[in-house]
Design a protein around this ligand. Structure first.
Ligand SMILES: [Zn+2]
Length: 116
C-alpha cells in the first residue's frame, strides 16, 4: 500500500474515532470508561417505554465501545506496520475494501469463508 493511501485511512480512522467519542459522550458513557451509565428520567423509570429506550441505548453504547476498540486496534496495527494484511491468510487486503471499512482485519475471501 502506498503511504498516501495509508495516511488517508489513518485520517478516516481518527475521524471515525472522534465521531464515536462524541456519540459516547452524548449517551453519558465516555470512551475511557468501560462501565455504562445511562441516565433515566426518574419520572419514567418504571414505564415500559423508558425500559425499552434504556435497553436500546445500552445496546447502542455497547456497539460504539466495540467499534471504538476496532478502530484502536486498526490504528495500533498501523503503528506496528502490519495494517492492511489479512489476519488469517496474510494477504494484502485491497485498498478499496479498507477504504469502505478501515477496521477490516480479513480479506474478502477469508471473511466469506468465516461467515459461511
Ligand atoms: Zn485472507
Amino acid at each position: 500500500m502506498e503511504q498516501g493511501q495509508l495516511d488517508s485511512l489513518r485520517n478516516a480512522l481518527e475521524e471515525e474515532r472522534r465521531s464515536v467519542d462524541r456519540q459516547l459522550a452524548e449517551h453519558g458513557s465516555p470512551a475511557d470508561s468501560e462501565t455504562v451509565e445511562v441516565d433515566v428520567d426518574e419520572g419514567f423509570a418504571d414505564s415500559a417505554h423508558a425500559t425499552a429506550e434504556r435497553s436500546q441505548t445500552l445496546a447502542l453504547v455497547d456497539q460504539l465501545h466495540g467499534h471504538r476498540r476496532e478502530i484502536d486496534a486498526a490504528l495500533a496495527r498501523m503503528d506496528d506496520g502490519v495494517y492492511g494484511k489479512c489476519e488469517k491468510c496474510g494477504q494484502d487486503i485491497p485498498f478499496e475494501r479498507l477504504e469502505a471499512r478501515p477496521t477490516a482485519t480479513l480479506c474478502v475471501s477469508c471473511k466469506q469463508a468465516g461467515a459461511a
